[in-house]
Design a binder for this molecule. Sequence first.
Ligand SMILES: [Fe+2]
Ligand SMILES: [Fe+2]
Length: 315
Amino acid sequence: MTISVENPVSVHEDFTTQTKTEELQSDSRIPMSTIPSNDEVFLAPEVNAFGREFRNYEDENNERQKSVEEFYKTQHINQTLDFVKKMRHDYGKLDKMVMNIWECCELLNEVVDESDPDLDEPQIQHLLQTAEAIRKDYPDEDWLHLTALIHDLGKVLTLPQFGGLPQWAVVGDTFPVGCAFDESNIHHKYFKENPDFNNPTYNTKTGIYSEGCGLENVSMSWGHDDYMYMVAKENGSTLPSPGLFIIRYHSFYPLHKAGAYTHLMNDEDKENLKWLHVFNKYDLYSKSKVHVDVEKVKPYYMSIIKKYFPENLKW
Ligand SMILES: [Fe+2]
Ligand SMILES: [Fe+2]
């Protein structure tokens, strides 16, 4: 079944135009654009590009879902605090490549995300479908369009030039390490084989952290979110705080979908989370078989890249 972003099936769940208005107008740091009328707002389809419910990890008859479960098993066993520290240290050097943002968008086309039960399209289409859908509803928030365009660029970590990391160290939902793995993590049972699971320093609710310490002080499982955040931050991007937050935590479904780990957030995180909720609808539900015309939209994206990023970036 083909889903068209232009002609969506129906509203799926928790997001409506109302939540957009009410939740976000309290955030004074990023002024809200005019709220679009109901017929213009992006409506989320009920089913994914394969005609199935989004983020359904439980259908045992689906071959792709079996491989997704296998993926999460490996991820949960291997993402330890030590592993995360090593990755942040190694990749924090940003010594793999020098290139601009658009070159990276094109490079990403070589990547397929095995953890995603909803998508088998080239990644640049996912980036542009997300960005174009959000641009339609928030035409004045150019930082949000750009955030959408670049949010998955960190997936280049799977490519040989970037050390060819295995999928479990690049994609999939993310979660804090150094404290107990919350039960809302999908396929939680596989954490029992993670060495940190039985470490008394790491397996309490706050673990090595403290209440309200702020997510920036929390080590997240290593993947494309944290890597792209590092790249943006270290290269001096002027994206506002909610943009950087979205990039860094968009795969943190236990937080933004299940509401877990909120005890680790500080006030700034709570404000930024409102924008992540907005973004997530587009990230998840704009996945579609309808292709965006890359050459047609490229000039616009080149102009906002120039506004928020230097010409060349270290990766
Ligand atoms: Fe992502
Ligand atoms: Fe994405």
